[in-house]
Design a protein around this ligand. Structure first.
Ligand SMILES: [Zn+2]
Ligand SMILES: [Zn+2]
Length: 149
């Protein structure tokens, strides 16, 4: 049926399915990585889960979410170490309402920031307080006790 109305698909879901022209820097069954369209640093990549998870608020203290975020972080670290060795890195998430796209995405930055004022968007101490570092998020969602099943 031509022109069947469906809700506007999430742009990051489309990227994750590789149905856009965005070149993927990494893709596996769980996550994909690509360059931020508005880079704010020397290197600025985004790592997103293939599954649509809206924001950090949708993550829970459980093994699945914890291992997903750890995996996103290690993919981001590996890419930056490859493309921007010996730089200072920053990894983190925007918290609502400061997230630009409602599909969880890890910002992976290799400093310096370009332009330098951009740093306020990506520091937890900035006036917005809307950025949570990946390590802090991992602490927040780390399962409390070893998995027993
Ligand atoms: Zn999505
Ligand atoms: Zn963001």
């Amino acid at each position: 049926m031509a022109g069947a109305a469906s809700p506007a698909p999430c742009v990051f879901c489309q990227i994750a399915r590789n149905s856009t022209s965005t070149p993927l820097l990494h893709s596996d069954g769980k996550v994909v990585a690509f360059q931020d369209i508005k880079p704010a640093a020397f290197r600025h990549y985004l790592v997103i889960p293939v599954d649509h998870i809206p924001t950090v608020r949708d993550l829970q203290r459980k093994e699945d979410d914890y291992s997903l975020v750890s995996h996103m972080l290690s993919v981001g670290q590996a890419l930056l170490q490859r493309d921007a060795p010996h730089k200072q890195y920053r990894f983190g998430f925007h918290q609502p309402p400061l997230n630009s796209v409602d599909h969880l995405h890890l910002h992976c930055l290799a400093l310096p920031y370009i332009p330098t004022w951009k740093c306020i968007k990506y520091t937890s101490l900035g006036p917005f307080g809307g950025f949570i570092e990946a390590e802090k998020l991992l602490q927040r969602i780390k399962p409390l006790s070893p998995i027993s099943s």
